[in-house]
Design a protein around this ligand. Structure first.
Ligand SMILES: NC(=O)c1ccc[n+]([C@@H]2O[C@H](COP(=O)([O-])OP(=O)(O)OC[C@H]3O[C@@H](n4cnc5c(N)ncnc54)[C@H](OP(=O)(O)O)[C@@H]3O)[C@@H](O)[C@H]2O)c1
Length: 382
């Protein structure tokens, strides 16, 4: 039985992970759960999975969880530090980090430091601190299993291949809801339009990232660290059906692809059960219904975020972390109707030229940037 911690159990990935566990309950023990502020769902999950401890990041919600669970013998914690405390609990086999955004970085880091394997959905951890995390994994002899569908696909395609056989990897992207929208109309895009993703059902932040295509930018940076490849060997192709989740081209010209329906339960299940494959009856792919698979090159003019991510990656140091924190803060400002859709990438571009980039940063330098990014976006709004 695998003992699990799920950080961000109330989110889209967290809930899907619990469905994967429900399909094979004999394989898993849910030991610890955490949430941001959704105390009702956290309390429901506690009643169902009976973990040893839970934590809620937003301290103002603590009394609600406490009251709801008063009859149960369970440790209930709150505040940002409590999430980090739970991420380091040593009596588990695997931590699934499904927290959204920069608050996920320190839990990833502390969990690896504690010597615990991690299934990583929080892509922002690797975007902000990829080099530090990859070094830490080696130092502590810890495994990291990617949960992003593209990176899970590459991971599966690379089974049995030597690093020197890889010519390039090709990340696929649906193109989001505005793939065919004229660029002149982008400034009028409202949050409700950006939240309608054509193929994936996800949390709000990543859905907006998919609409700006910053999500693909973040994935390029994530892939650079996960697969130890230079930016020149990481390409992006638009594939609107989201059936091919990514591909690897080998030096002999052969291309390997991983296919499946757009359902995050598949990469989650692969990571949670690795190295085993599990026979579970999710919906099967029917190629006769899919009909055709299309591909097109990404339009960098319409979606400057992809180019910005390549540039930040090539610049190195804290540049990718700056890109991430400013993007994150700008996405929330857009969702609050404080800025335009097109401001998101404009702010990121401006931040990359105005905020000082630190070479060879420490974790503390990177963690401080969350506040810097927020202040930068506020100053632009003001
Ligand atoms: N959703 C997908 O299909 C998908 C696919 C690939 C990768 N990812 C990545 O997976 C991560 C999670 O995405 P998601 O779509 O599941 O997001 P989501 O639905 O917004 O869920 C985020 C989770 O993080 C918690 N959280 C929010 N702020 C927090 C904080 N400050 N401290 C601690 N916990 C906090 C939330 O708690 P509350 O619910 O209580 O607020 C929730 O449990 C992201 O990094 C995303 O890029 C997602």
């Amino acid at each position: 039985m695998k003992r699990l911690t799920i950080l961000g159990s109330t989110g889209s990935i967290g809930r899907n992970a619990l469905r994967v566990i429900d399909a094979k309950p004999e394989r898993f023990e849910v030991c610890y759960l955490t949430a941001g502020k959704n105390w009702q769902l956290l309390a429901e999950q506690v009643k169902k999975y009976n973990p040893k401890s839970v934590a809620i990041a937003d301290s103002s919600q603590y009394s609600f969880v406490k009251d709801e669970l008063q009859s149960l013998d369970i440790e209930i914690l709150s505040g940002r530090e409590s999430i980090i405390h739970i991420s380091k609990k040593p009596d588990v086999d695997l931590v699934l980090n499904a927290i959204v955004g920069a608050p996920g970085l320190e839990p990833t880091y502390r969990c690896i430091e504690a010597g615990i394997d991690v299934a990583l959905s929080n892509k922002e951890s690797l975007v902000m601190a990829g080099e530090l995390i990859m070094n830490l994994l080696e130092e502590h002899n810890v495994n990291l299993y990617p949960i992003d569908s593209e990176h899970s696909a590459i991971w599966q395609c690379l089974v049995g291949e030597k690093p020197e056989s890889i010519k390039r990897i090709i990340l696929t992207g649906s193109g989001g809801p505005f793939r065919t929208k004229p660029v002149e109309e982008f400034q009028y895009i409202k949050p409700e339009d950006a939240l309608k993703h054509p193929t994936w059902n996800m949390g709000k932040k990543i859905t907006v990232d998919s609409a700006t295509m910053m999500n693909k930018g973040l994935e390029i940076i994530e892939a650079r660290w996960l697969f130890n490849l230079p930016p020149e060997k990481i390409d992006v192709i638009i594939h609107p059906q989201s059936i091919i989740h990514s591909m690897v081209e080998l030096i002999d010209g052969s291309v390997k692809a991983q296919l499946g329906l757009p359902d995050m339960k598949l990469p989650i299940q692969y990571a949670l059960n690795y190295p085993e494959r599990i026979n579970v009856a999710w919906e099967n792919i029917d190629f006769s219904k899919i009909g055709e698979l299309n591909f097109e090159v990404p339009n960098f003019q319409k979606f400057p975020s992809i180019k910005l991510a390549y540039e930040a990656l090539k610049r190195g140091g804290t540049a990718p972390a700056i890109l991430n924190v400013v993007n994150e803060s700008a996405v929330y400002a857009f969702l609050d109707n404080k800025i335009k859709f097109t401001d998101i990438s404009t702010f990121v571009e401006k931040a990359l030229s105005e905020i000082q980039i630190v070479d060879n940063p420490l974790l503390s330098d990177i963690l401080e940037l969350e506040k810097t990014g927020h202040e930068f976006v506020q100053s632009q709004i003001n």
